[in-house]
Design a protein around this ligand. Structure first.
Ligand SMILES: Nc1ncnc2c1ncn2[C@@H]1O[C@H](COP(=O)(O)OP(=O)(O)O)[C@@H](O)[C@H]1O
Ligand SMILES: [Mg+2]
Length: 159
């Protein structure tokens, strides 16, 4: 699966942007503060429904704006181009769309846009406890094993 197009509105300092992405490597180049990390953050938002830099929506939504939106086009393994999108408002409410269907759950987005984030802070994988390493691996398994999510939910409930 590959993210082949990314459309962002009112996300951090990005008022509007529309990028065609390569299905291979993509490099983002620009001055400090120009929004490179914000683009990565927007992709993360599209796949997880939240930022990796802040838990507060008010930090991520562009100043003075009521909501942010991130849309993408995912090329599936069968070569189908699937439009996906999320809109998040300041009160935390969200609308998720996959294909033509509105009102989807965040977990459905996570299934169509598999993401694995490694940041400069990622050394916590080595320095912090096994909990972090398990969470990292769990997330990888989520995408490769179809039964994982259901089993993982049951284990969490049993704890
Ligand atoms: N909610 C927001 N609204 C508007 N601008 C923002 C908001 N949050 C952060 N910014 C600005 O957006 C920019 C984000 O830059 P960043 O993505 O970190 O750039 P880079 O990774 O290219 O250095 C910074 O200049 C910051 O001041
Ligand atoms: Mg940066």
């Amino acid at each position: 699966m590959a993210l082949t197009r990314l459309v962002i509105h009112d996300f951090r300092n990005i008022e509007a942007c529309d990028i065609e992405l390569s299905s291979g490597f993509n490099f983002l180049i620009g001055p400090n503060g120009s929004g490179k990390t914000s683009v990565l953050e927007a992709i993360h938002f599209l796949g997880h429904g939240r930022s990796f830099r802040s838990a507060l929506n008010s930090r991520v939504i562009r100043h003075q704006q009521p909501s942010l939106t991130v849309h993408g086009r995912v090329k599936t393994q069968d070569g189908i181009l699937l439009p996906i999108g999320i809109q998040k408002r300041r009160d935390g409410s969200a609308d998720v769309k996959i294909g033509q269907e509105k009102g989807q759950k965040l977990v459905a987005l996570a299934k169509v846009l598999p993401l694995q984030l490694i940041t400069p802070e990622g050394f916590e994988l080595l320095t912090d406890g096994p909990k972090f390493r398990r969470a990292f691996i769990d997330w990888g398994v989520f995408h490769s094993q179809p039964g994982f999510f259901e089993a993982w939910t049951r284990v969490k409930t049993a704890h």
